[in-house]
Ligand binder design. Structure first.
Ligand SMILES: Cc1ncc(COP(=O)(O)O)c(C=O)c1O
Length: 435
């Protein structure tokens, strides 16, 4: 590692100090801001690409839900990614970011007839979630042919990972068509037989908390289903397997583990037919591409003690770290303490609560966290928040969404910020609440 390629902690500190100098974090006016390390994003995308064998034709799409900011999507497009969307809003964001319809995959368990009509008119790929949706697609295609590639999301029913709420391949999951329920597989095979345009099979086993083995077992069942369709029909009707996303992220330290390469090796073991080159593969990673490439910085407004416990009241709570606040044991975040100039704070670690600004007692980023004693004017950094944090706000208490800044560091170590999203003003807040 060279001086111009500092370690992750040093790099964050450099960014934070520059952000303070450039007044992207300051008292009163910019008490909360998020940062996305665009150099890091490019490296993550490169690692994803490198993990798959050259002979496999892969469309890597980014799951827009993980960070739907249009400039972030534009950046990912410029890196050669496609985009997975799961609502009309995300579809509009992907189009605004310049993705061509053939680079877009539309998932969602609740597409309306209008959503489907528009998606099929545009020619984006569509993964149907259930038999009723397939019947709607039949009707739409009868009226007008479409260039869309169309598939079905299956539920391989392999069970839950460590976070039940993130596990989408349980026996009773709301997503996809279950493969193992009585009669379901046969009905699905019949559906493929009746619809020669059903050329994809899709599964997303789950997100954070799902072990690689579990995900790979789910993909293996999905590939086996695709093979069964093709064998039964005596033709290679299914040509594309969309394996979803779900690579878990390490929130404990700066190691990026497991890597995409480890996951692909696991797929090779469990589902070798996926990676022979016979199928086109689609991926839909979100968290694993962005989480470790972002952090959120919040100023400490006040400090106090209650019942002998030190408490730092900051501007980051459920507003930007909703999952962490409501499900702290599933979504713990690392927090670092910095002085008002952004430099890392020294001092004996003292257990303290790191609280947010929202008006409920549970609005805590961390309980009893050992950090150098915080003081008003200090800054806390919430690490690994590039996915599903500041871009996934919680609007309780009408707090404005913070600015999100892209960051690049050049070979001389100069930090350059690029606007990804401006901070909301109070006028914006009033506008989104009816005036
Ligand atoms: C269908 C689908 N694809 C991809 C993703 C992205 O998952 P992750 O961010 O864990 O990679 C999700 C997440 O919910 C999803 O539901």
């Amino acid at each position: 590692m060279t001086n111009s390629d500092p370690g992750a902690a040093e790099r964050r500190e450099r960014i934070l100090r520059a952000a303070v100098r450039q007044r992207l974090i300051e008292p009163d006016r910019a008490v909360l801001a998020a940062f996305v390390d665009l150099d890091g994003v490019a490296m993550s995308v490169a690692a994803l690409r490198a993990a798959f064998p050259d002979e496999v034709n892969v469309l890597h799409t980014f799951a827009a839900k993980a960070n739907c900011l249009v400039p972030v999507l534009e950046e990912l497009r410029s890196l050669g990614m496609g985009c997975e969307v799961a609502s009309p809003g995300e579809l509009a964001q992907a189009l605004a970011a310049g993705f061509a319809p053939e680079q877009i995959v539309y998932d969602s368990p609740a597409k309306t007839r209008l959503d489907l009509t528009q998606a099929l008119e545009l020619g984006v790929a569509v993964n149907a979630d259930n038999f009723q949706e397939l019947a709607r697609i039949d009707e739409i295609l009868t009226a007008r042919p479409s260039a869309s590639r169309i598939g079905v999301r299956v539920n391989p029913q392999v069970g839950s990972g460590g976070i039940a709420e993130m596990s989408t391949a349980t026996s009773t999951s709301k997503f996809g068509i279950p493969l193992d329920d009585d009669g379901s597989r046969q009905r699905l095979l019949d559906a493929y037989r009746a619809r020669p345009w059903l050329t994809w099979v899709h599964a997303h086993v789950g997100s954070q908390g799902c072990p690689l083995e579990l995900i790979a077992q789910g993909i293996a069942k999905t590939v086996a289903f695709a093979e069964e369709v093709n064998t039964l029909l005596g033709r290679r009707q299914v040509t594309v397997i969309d394996i979803g996303g779900g690579l878990p992220v390490n929130f404990l330290d700066d190691e990026t583990t497991p890597g995409f390469d480890t996951y692909v090796k696991c797929l090779q073991t469990h589902a070798p037919a996926l990676l022979t080159g016979e199928y086109q593969v689609v991926t839909e990673f979100g968290r694993s591409l962005l989480a470790k490439n972002g952090f959120t910085a919040a100023r400490v407004e006040y400090t106090k003690t209650a019942g002998g416990r030190p408490i730092a009241i900051t501007h980051a709570g459920a507003n930007v770290a909703t999952r962490t606040v409501f499900m702290p044991s599933s979504w713990p975040l690392r927090i670092t303490a910095h002085g008002p100039d952004g430099s890392r704070k020294a001092g004996e670690p003292v257990p303290q609560d790191i609280a947010g600004p929202c008006c409920f007692a549970g609005d805590l980023l961390a309980r009893d966290r050992r950090l150098p004693m915080l003081a008003p004017g200090d800054i806390v950094a919430l690490l690994d928040t590039g996915a599903y944090y500041s871009s996934t706000p919680f609007h309780y208490n009408s707090l404005p969404d913070p600015a999100v800044h892209g960051v690049r560091i050049d070979s001389q170590g100069n930090v350059e910020f690029l606007p990804l999203r401006p901070a909301e003003t109070i006028e914006h807040v009033v506008a989104r609440t009816g005036r």
